[in-house]
Design a binder for this molecule. Structure first.
Ligand code: CTP
Length: 405
């Protein structure tokens, strides 16, 4: 019985290896995926065989490696192999191969497999930092994400060429975890495929004068974790971010802003295409009425600043005639339930996530309670990324229910 169940649930992965030094990590990745109970079919480009042998990959997966489109007499290898797959994972993906994918080229077996697929495509880039940051590569990355591919990495660190920077392939263990998480649960998978998520994150900075301003202690970590999770779940994500010390999540379009007014403008520009809006930013409620263009000099007396209220971005979006599905955040320092639910009602939000401000600031773990029309749901204490996924699952299920009504 157990064997039959396992067979029925066994996931089939096509592991595509392209020609980069990180190809040696693909051996460990294949081993881990097989260990997780997946069936792994390796396909290698010609260049990849210069870095690692097909014999190694065959021994690890127990399957002959696909090398070229002329291996099969009927010539339908690319269709059969991609149809049988639950996902195609390209690890490592070179800059050249990503360019091919972005342009829909199909001049070898692996690129043909990718073009003929009807399953998710996961791409783990690996390349020199200059190649990664080259505008051509970045254009291809954005195109791939727009086309629905899921980017896994790259990471920052020491590279094979001796340089240091972005472009290292994620470690095999981490890739295996991502793949498992994405394929293991149907609700994570590609639950947000085809959706456009617009978000705000981080603090805002309201100038007092040329060098001083009013801001708050929001790190932006929660918003960035949600953006990353939404992207991994298949959404196209636009993240309007206040000043933070965080790296832009790969594949997420980040619009960097400083003040609440700039954040509001950026949101207004993108909101018409959004299916979901998530306001995570700690937007300053007030700004200085007349900030000084020059540094204000002390004159031995007190100083009074006149503040005026900023627009409420979330309330504006939720109040649009045809609003996207809106999710708000509330950080309260007391009476969490009462204040959070009041906030949700007053801003007319289908979903609000609340936490205690004292616990949340700068922390990597965080306790969150979700409030919706059905009541409240406590999310288990976990790291921000796990909570981001849970929150998105909840939001997507409400969004889908709403669309069915
Ligand atoms: N928000 C916003 N624009 C603002 C203020 C807040 O979009 N000008 C959003 C935040 O991103 C968050 C939620 O609204 O999703 C927070 O609600 P809010 O009532 O503004 O929280 P606080 O500023 O903490 O309010 P209060 O001081 O009343 O507790």
């Amino acid at each position: 019985m157990r064997t039959i169940m396992n067979l029925a649930q066994k996931k089939r992965i096509v592991l595509g290896i392209t020609g980069g030094i990180a190809a040696y990590k693909a051996a460990e990745l294949a081993r881990l995926l097989v260990k997780q109970g997946m069936e792994v079919q390796v396909a290698m480009t010609d260049a990849a065989t210069h870095f690692i042998t097909p014999t190694t990959m065959q021994a690890l997966t127990g399957q002959p490696v696909l090398l070229n489109q002329w291996q099969d007499e009927k010539g339908m290898l690319h269709i059969q192999s991609s149809r049988a797959a639950d996902a195609i994972v390209i690890a490592p993906a070179t800059a050249d191969f990503m360019a091919k994918l972005a342009h829909g080229l199909a001049d070898d077996l692996l690129s043909t497999l990718c073009l003929a697929r009807n399953c998710p495509l996961l791409v783990a880039p690996a390349m020199n930092r200059q190649m990664w940051s080259n505008p051509a590569t970045q254009r291809n990355v954005h195109q791939l994400v727009r086309d629905g591919a899921v980017l896994l990495g790259p990471d920052d660190g020491l590279q094979a060429c001796g340089e240091e920077g972005m472009g290292r392939m994620l470690e095999a263990e981490m890739l295996a975890q991502y793949i498992q998480a994405m394929l293991g649960s149907s609700t994570t998978g590609h639950a947000m495929q085809g959706m456009h998520v617009l978000m705000t994150a981080g603090p805002t900075y309201e100038a007092i004068d040329a060098v001083r301003g009013i801001t708050n202690r929001s790190s932006g970590k929660m918003g960035y974790a949600i953006a990353e999770a939404a992207q991994e779940m298949g959404a196209r994500v636009t993240l309007v971010s206040g000043p933070v010390a965080l790296k832009a999540p790969v594949g997420v379009q980040v619009v960097a802003v400083t003040s609440a007014a700039e954040m509001f403008e950026a949101v207004k520009q993108h909101v018409s295409q959004a299916d979901m809006f998530i306001g995570v930013a700690a937007v300053a409620d007030y700004r200085v009425a007349e900030p000084s263009a020059q540094k204000i000099k002390k004159d031995g007396h007190g100083l009074t600043l006149q503040l005026v209220q900023n627009p409420d971005i979330l309330a504006y979006v939720a109040g649009l005639p045809e609003p996207p599905f809106c999710v708000g955040f509330a950080a309260e320092s007391e009476k969490l339930r009462e204040y959070a639910e009041r906030k949700r009602q007053s801003k007319k939000l289908p979903l609000l996530a609340a936490n205690l401000a004292q616990q949340a600031i700068g922390a990597d773990q965080n306790e969150i309670i979700l409030f919706d029309d059905a009541g409240e749901h406590q999310l288990p204490r976990a790291d921000k990324k796990t909570q981001a996924r849970e929150l998105l699952r909840h939001a997507v299920s409400l969004y889908q229910k709403g669309k069915m009504q």
